[in-house]
Design a protein around this ligand. Structure first.
Ligand code: UD1
Length: 423
């Protein structure tokens, strides 16, 4: 198991290229199951989660190959010979559940293992199930697997309102409805940029969809979808993560490919904290020009609100802010596991249920810490950039799920960081 060692090294300067979005790629890949013709994704990120989705799609009979060092994913689902997504693969990654909607739509049946809980919360599947049932699926839970069948041989368009604007349930419903008979309307749909990206790709494949990016998405079912080539949207969470780097360590970093519209709510909080964020023709330039950052309160919300996937990184920044910041986590019930690790570095944090109060200290101190989940692990690296001495982050396999080349990206802007093999 590898560790990452970061040593606080003063201000950062330079440019960091931002990759294609993991969460967009993880929903675009299962879209291949909807068509007999090839689907090619460009600007794909090189991550272990993408490998897991590759293995899952291959297990269903899809052909998936990584070209150009993994930045292009060429897929073909001409012959699907299996409709069971096995526990061995699904347990590694919750996004595996995104094969359910497409398989039901194309094959009329699907058996998908329940993902189980994960470190940040229970993450049930009820919203996915009721959304697909609205389209005429019959779904039963047997031996830890969801057994889904389209009643009467095919899905039928329907109007459905989500109890909560779940990202995954929106994606499963939209993909399933593209091949359903008639019109479907999803109300209280999630509005995340990754959903807009999925819809853009489905439209290229011939799907008739309107309203993406709003809370009502209308889908007119078609008989078949064809092949397409689609570039994956920029990763707004990787973008936000690297925007924190100069905010916490000082200096100026230009995040190449970044766009303000992807991180508006987050950028507004950085601005309130005293960080300058400027849109350039290449991306977003972020700088901390003078003094300490100011404490700002944050509440995580569905898009366009402040993303839960940037809460841990924001907490790291607030650890050295002037004043006390209150962070409310409303999306996941157990997403403060980075708090005790940050406290090992001298941070002063009190957690009560879904709320954390961070009393800023002048300086963090390097310490051995442990990554507990994907975003928590990167928050510890960010904290290490601002700490005195050495921070050793262990269990960095979490990081490989969502960040490509984190060491070389941060090194290129002057950070002292290395990856080492642990005994
Ligand atoms: C996606 C993102 C994840 C992000 C999350 C929220 C991917 C691959 N992952 O996850 O990085 O943190 O959105 O922005 O895109 N819920 C239910 N029942 C359900 C489904 C969800 O109660 O059937 C709850 C979850 O437990 C959670 C909340 O809804 O508390 C949000 O989940 P959801 O929006 O579905 O997130 P994911 O799609 O799993």
């Amino acid at each position: 198991m590898d560790s990452i060692i970061v040593t606080g090294n003063g201000p950062l300067k330079g440019q960091i290229p931002i990759a294609g979005a993991k969460n967009a790629c993880l929903t675009l890949m299962p879209a291949t199951l909807l068509s007999e013709e090839p689907l090619t994704l460009t600007n794909a990120p090189r991550l272990s989660d993408i490998k897991t989705m590759t293995t899952l799609l291959q297990s269903l009979g899809a052909e998936v190959s990584q070209l150009q060092d993994g930045q292009v994913i060429a897929m073909s689902s001409h012959d699907l010979d299996n409709h069971t997504a096995h526990y061995d693969i699904v347990r590694k990654m919750r996004a595996s559940n995104l094969v359910l909607g497409p398989m039901l739509a194309r094959l009329g049946q699907a058996i998908v293992s329940l993902p189980g809980g994960c470190a940040i919360g229970a993450r049930p599947m009820d919203l996915h199930i009721t959304a697909l049932e609205a389209l005429g699926a019959e779904i039963e839970l047997k031996d830890g697997y969801l057994h889904a069948k389209a009643k009467g041989g095919g899905l039928k368009g329907a109007v459905h309102e989500l109890r909560f604007a779940s990202v995954g349930a929106t994606e499963n419903f939209v993909m399933a409805a593209t091949l359903a008979k008639g019109t479907s309307v999803l109300k209280n749909a999630a509005r995340e940029p990754e959903i807009v990206d999925l819809v853009r790709c489905l439209q290229k494949m011939g799907a008739q969809i309107d309203g993406e990016g709003t809370d009502t998405i209308t889908i007119q079912g078609v008989d078949r979808l064809h092949g397409a080539t689609h570039p994956v949207v920029t990763d707004r969470i990787e973008l936000g993560t690297y925007m924190i780097a100069p905010a916490i360590a000082g200096g100026e970093v230009e995040c190449l490919g970044g766009k303000l519209e992807l991180v508006q709510a987050f950028a507004e909080k950085l601005d309130a904290a005293g960080i300058s964020v400027e849109e350039t023709d290449k991306g977003l330039k972020v700088a901390r020009r003078n003094g300490r950052v100011r404490a700002v309160d944050v509440k995580t919300e569905v898009f366009p609100g402040f993303p839960t996937d940037l809460q841990a990184q924001m907490m790291a920044l607030m650890c050295t802010a002037e004043g006390t910041a209150t962070l409310d986590e409303t999306i996941f019930e157990n997403r403060f596991m980075h708090a005790p690790e940050l406290s090992r570095m001298g941070a002063e944090i009190e957690v009560h249920g879904g709320q954390a109060k961070v009393h800023g200290v002048e300086r963090l101190k390097g310490a051995p810490v442990m990554a507990t989940d994907l975003r928590a692990s990167v928050s510890l690296i960010l904290a290490g950039l601002a700490a005195e001495g050495e921070t050793r982050v262990s269990r960095v396999y979490h990081l490989d799920r969502g960040y490509e080349n984190v060491v070389s990206k941060l090194r290129s802007v002057g950070a002292k960081i290395e990856r080492v093999k642990e005994e």
